[in-house]
Ligand binder design. Structure first.
Ligand code: CMP
Length: 441
């Protein structure tokens, strides 16, 4: 159950992150505003406990070892080798002031308050968790920008509290007014706007402001850089598609390809873009290790399997073998997929679109086949030339199974041979009957 990818572990990580966020907000406030010690002691005890449990989880993960089966993913390696030692150190440091506080029960003053800032260590975990959760639902470039803004706001909060600490409350403002003024000052300084309505006076305030000004300038650069990066990356796929189309069209012009063919090529790529958004299934699967490839291919092709009645009763191994052997192919409207009289090398399953089954001279339409149906099986099964011509009526997404793979499947699954042969013979008889009818005067 305890694996870095289980739902429990993820829920736990999110809870720790929320707690860390609370700490990040609450501790700087505690440093400047007086709070009752009771709730603070309880909070510190909870913080210490949670951080120790968290370290426990990380150690347990480390014990299981990166070599354990299933721990091959990057997140698990990161957990065991990098996060575990950090978590232990963070837990000990974070718990120290809380334990002292809980043991003595006294609200510490002076420098001890600074020790209470130690659990802010855990903000690192907050960042990791937010990034992981964000990247699961959003473009990573957007996540980076959102996180940057979040951390700037958070840094603003900490700096505002620090400003209150060094400048005090000479005007005798109420707590919220004091905080808002300090936050406003922080943001005008960080963004380099600097109205100058609130200025540092005295050495302590000036010394406090210098690193903040430097931080503000760096932050400015970071934000501009992030936005530029975001704009460049927000739609990498679309940009790549546009570049590819420019290249293709330049080639088509250079080789004087006729206009109608140019249009066909362009509409083919437009169709690919519309249906796949630039991601090529085969390319993607090719890079995956065998076990993952199988799971992903099964998931991607679930729809086609559900649509093909032939697979309804088929056993799981047969389906897996067929799926791993099938190659996705696309045909544009009016393309010839199969020509009557040719030697058959592949059969096809229709995933999307429809095709016409025609006589050799294309004057008679024997049938129209749509999603979930297949064709091209007769010549593979009976070792005869193609019995009909098949043309795409629209854009068609098909899965292609070559003769070797087809033979392999039939050899291992004789029951599949039975059902496919039945249909093949029925189709062939129908074609032969129609041909006889045509040839008779
Ligand atoms: P094959 O002969 O390899 O190539 C042409 C294909 O058209 C054939 O396999 C069948 O899959 C399909 N076909 C032939 N006749 C019919 C028909 N009457 N109805 C549906 N499909 C057919």
């Amino acid at each position: 159950m305890l694996h870095s990818n289980t739902r429990w572990k993820r829920a736990w990580d999110i809870s720790v992150a929320v707690l860390a966020l609370g700490i990040g907000i609450f501790i700087p406030l505690y440093a400047v505003f007086p709070f009752a010690s009771g709730p603070l002691i309880v909070l510190s005890a909870v913080v210490a406990l949670v951080f120790f449990l968290d370290a426990g989880f990380e150690i347990a993960l480390a014990r299981r070892g990166a070599d354990a089966p299933g721990a091959a993913d990057v997140a698990a390696h990161e957990a065991v080798h990098l996060r575990a030692p950090t978590a232990v150190v963070a837990a000990v440091i974070a718990a120290f002031p809380s334990l002292v506080l809980a043991a003595t029960g006294v609200l510490p003053g002076g420098a001890f308050r600074l020790l209470l800032a130690l659990p802010m260590f855990k903000l690192g975990k907050l960042n990791r968790t937010m990034r992981r959760v964000g990247e699961a639902v959003m473009n990573p470039a957007v996540v980076r920008l959102v996180l940057l803004v979040f951390w700037i706001l958070m840094a603003g909060h900490i700096i505002a509290c620090g400003w209150i600490l060094v400048s005090g409350n000479p005007a005798g403002l109420g707590a919220s007014e004091l905080y808002i003024t300090a936050y406003y000052w922080t943001m005008t300084t960080l963004t380099t706007i600097g109205y100058g309505d609130i200025t540092p006076s005295g050495q302590a305030q000036m010394l406090f402001v210098i690193p903040i000004q430097l931080f503000g300038a760096a932050m400015y650069g970071l934000i501009i850089g992030s936005i530029a990066g975001l704009l460049a990356n927000i739609d990498v796929a679309k940009r790549r598609y546009r570049e590819k189309m420019e290249q293709i069209n330049a080639f088509l012009r250079y080789r004087n390809i006729p206009d109608n063919l140019k249009r066909k090529i362009n509409s083919y790529y437009a169709y690919l873009w519309e249906t796949r958004k630039g991601y090529e299934e085969t390319e993607f699967l090719h890079d995956l290790p065998a076990a993952l490839k199988e799971s992903v291919a099964l998931h991607l092709n679930k729809e086609i399997i559900e649509r093909v009645p032939l697979f309804e009763q088929a056993n799981e191994n047969l389906i897996r073998d067929i799926i791993l052997a099938m190659e996705p192919v696309v045909f544009t409207p009016n393309d010839y997929i199969v020509r009557a009289g040719e030697i058959g090398r592949d059969m096809y399953f229709i995933s999307k679109g429809s095709v016409a089954v025609l006589s050799a001279d294309e004057t008679v339409t024997y049938a129209t086949l749509t999603a979930g149906q297949f064709f091209g099986e007769i010549s593979l099964l009976l070792s005869t030339p193609r019995t009909a011509t098949i043309r795409a009526l629209e854009f068609c997404d098909l899965y292609q199974l070559n003769k070797d793979q087809f033979d392999h499947v039939l050899e291992h699954y004789p029951e599949f041979r039975g059902s496919i042969q039945e249909l093949a013979e029925e189709r062939r008889n129908r074609v032969e009957a129609l041909q006889k009818q045509e040839n008779s005067p």
